[in-house]
Design a protein around this ligand. Structure first.
Ligand code: AMP
Length: 598
């Protein structure tokens, strides 16, 4: 078939003229990665030259890359905390950005147990939307005919708060879904969702999920792709179906809406979809009532071509479960983004998850790369390290991502470790290796070693009353259950065997650990129901010595051996599980309220 020259692109033949423009844009940006980066930095520095932050480092209006690199320190969130706090308290002067900070985006990364607050400016919404607009043109190169049906995407807003100075603080996706950019997006046949905006925007997660599921079932034949932001979110939807199919099929059979859906705007919009359809109800109930849920996704949505979910990084742990429920549908990881900045996209979205590489779009921010072997060395403000520019990273090497954004983050360490896998034109492509310092993660929660240690310390205080202490511990993110949950293996020293800790006391220890974990974890437990109750598995005494013996038998040095604080290697898990004497679960929810911002 001859390709219309207007629609040809180095990436492949575009599906429409609009797509061709998007693909052309990707080509332009990636061909000129270094000059685009130079322009972006100059733009950021010239508009923000008079900000307090840049003046403090005596940049004196320079927009030259080398001057910027020699004068501006490489920083972490904690270094910016005083400035962030002033903005949160209502200081509207140009501290970080000449453009007013429009709101704070609450990252799932935490500092001192609370979500980090990322400043953003109004125009960043345009940049985010621009990156979103590139996704379908790329996908259309690989999966034809997506304009012939719809996408069932489980999308949610989360709670928002205000800082003392009155700025909104909320997750980046909540901000995006509530923006006019999303709500009044123009019709695009390649990007039609089954979920009504009203359902996506409903703050009650049950009502939102219920409605999205219901609408998705009604349009089961039209659904060509199913997705959520992260893999854990899509599995939560499957679990929701397991728990609620009786009610859902009742509603479909009768054409009425469950009284649990009370939000008037949701009820109103569902009224247009709802009609009695006993045949559909029978079909769904028939599938859901089977014990075996293998391939349930394609049984209910038979025309699904792929699942659109991120399964790179911490989410890779969900791949086998997704494969099970979908009967092995392709998994598409389309983009790489954060609250600080949206970074880039996957130009080969149907590639296997283990081979996914993201191409950072050079127009999104100014990107630098800290060679990973140096990233553990404390960075001195006086002699900034040599960071590598986007266009000059080397294939095969690992780097930590450092960004300078339009919203006023300068040489900010994101904490992601990326490995260069190749280039598209002059723009590098990166494999997401891991996020630094994350030990345990189920959903968007990220628990590091220090947080786990503190939680164990706090919980083990409860054991003092029975003269017992925790000798050793390790942990494991158990994602076999939906939602997944943290498992902590404890080896105890019970000094008075007549008075060993009861199940109730160990349950309280589970809860004490949860109370100590950061607010993203507790929000996952309480508001999002994305994390299940924490479990302590008590192992026989001597188990951790066996663990060491095993590691040494596999070549670990006896002098340098350290107990791993998190395990996921099957033989080790098997060893631990074979030594379990009792297991205990958190009996209640920990405390969580949308954070009050001091
Ligand atoms: P947040 O700031 O809460 O939005 O989280 C952003 C972080 O999520 C990033 O810095 C990454 O660590 C992780 N992340 C985002 N997109 C991806 C992706 N496509 N693959 C792996 N990890 C990702």
């Amino acid at each position: 078939m001859a390709v219309d020259p207007i629609l040809s692109s180095p990436l492949g033949p575009a599906a429409s003229e609009k797509d061709a423009k998007a693909l052309q844009f990707i080509e332009e940006m990636t061909r000129n990665a270094d000059s685009v980066q130079e322009r972006v930095l100059a733009e950021i520095l010239s508009r923000n030259g008079e900000t307090e932050y840049l003046k403090r480092f005596k940049l004196e209006g320079s927009t030259v890359r080398e001057t910027f690199k020699s004068k501006i320190p490489v920083i972490k969130y904690e270094d910016l905390q005083p400035e962030i706090q002033r903005i949160a308290n209502g200081d509207r002067s140009a501290i970080l950005s000449a453009h007013p900070i429009s709101e704070f985006l609450t990252s799932s990364g935490t500092s001192a147990g609370e979500r980090k607050l990322m400043p953003t400016i109004q125009e960043e919404l345009d940049r985010r939307q621009m990156l979103y607009s590139l996704l379908m043109p790329v996908m259309n190169l690989y999966v034809p005919g997506l304009d012939k049906g719809k996408g069932l995407y489980f999308l949610f807003v989360k709670s928002e708060t205000r800082t003392p100075g009155g700025l909104l603080a909320r997750p980046v996706l909540t901000s995006y879904y509530k923006s006019e950019h999303f709500k009044t997006r123009p019709y695009d046949p390649y990007n039609v969702y089954t979920s009504p905006n009203e359902a996506i925007l409903c703050a009650d997660s049950f009502q939102s999920m219920y409605t999205q599921m219901l609408c998705g079932i009604y349009e089961r034949k039209q659904v060509l792709r199913l997705g959520a932001v992260f893999a854990s979110g899509l599995l939560r939807a499957i679990r929701f179906l397991q728990l609620n199919w009786h009610q859902l099929t009742h509603d479909i059979r009768t054409g009425t809406l469950s009284p649990k859906i009370t939000d008037p705007s949701v009820r109103n919009c569902v009224a247009g979809v709802l009609k009695p359809d006993p045949e559909l109800a029978d079909l769904v109930a028939g599938e859901c009532s089977k014990d075996n849920w293998e391939g349930i996704i394609t049984r209910i949505w038979p025309n699904t071509k792929y699942l659109d979910v991120i399964v790179t990084g911490a989410m890779a742990q969900y791949i086998p479960t997704l494969d099970y429920y979908s009967g092995g549908l392709p998994l598409a990881c389309t983009m790489y983004a954060s609250s600080e900045c949206y970074f880039g996209l996957n130009l080969n979205p149907m590639s296997k998850p283990s081979e996914v590489s993201y191409t950072i779009m050079p127009n999104m921010a100014y990107f630098e790369f800290l060679p990973h072997e140096h990233s553990s060395i404390p960075l001195s403000r006086d002699s900034p390290p040599r960071l590598v520019d986007l266009a000059h990273v080397e294939v095969g090497k690992e780097y930590e991502l450092v960004i300078t954004t339009y919203a006023g983050l300068y040489r900010y360490r994101v904490g992601d470790i990326l490995r260069v896998t190749g280039f598209h034109n002059s723009a590098p492509q990166f494999h997401f290796v891991r996020r630094k310092n994350v030990l345990l993660s189920i959903d968007s929660d990220k628990t590091d070693e220090a947080e786990l240690q503190k939680a164990v310390d706090n919980a083990s205080k409860l054991l003092r009353e029975v003269n017992t202490s925790v000798v050793e511990y390790t942990s494991f993110a158990d994602t076999k259950t939906i939602p997944g949950h943290y498992v902590i293996y404890w080896e105890l020293l019970v000094k008075d065997s007549a008075n060993s800790p009861s199940d109730e006391l160990l349950g309280q220890c589970c809860l004490a650990m949860e109370e100590s974990l950061n607010s993203v974890y507790r929000q996952g437990r309480v508001a999002d129901n994305s994390i299940g109750p924490l479990e302590i598995r008590v192992v026989k005494s001597g188990t951790f010595e066996e663990l060491m013996d095993y590691a040494i038998s596999r070549g670990a040095s006896i002098n340098q051996y350290k107990v791993p604080r998190c395990v996921n290697f099957t033989p080790i898990m098997e060893l631990l599980d074979s030594r379990v004497v009792s297991s205990h679960f958190s009996p209640a929810l920990p405390h969580w309220t949308p954070a009050r911002r001091r």
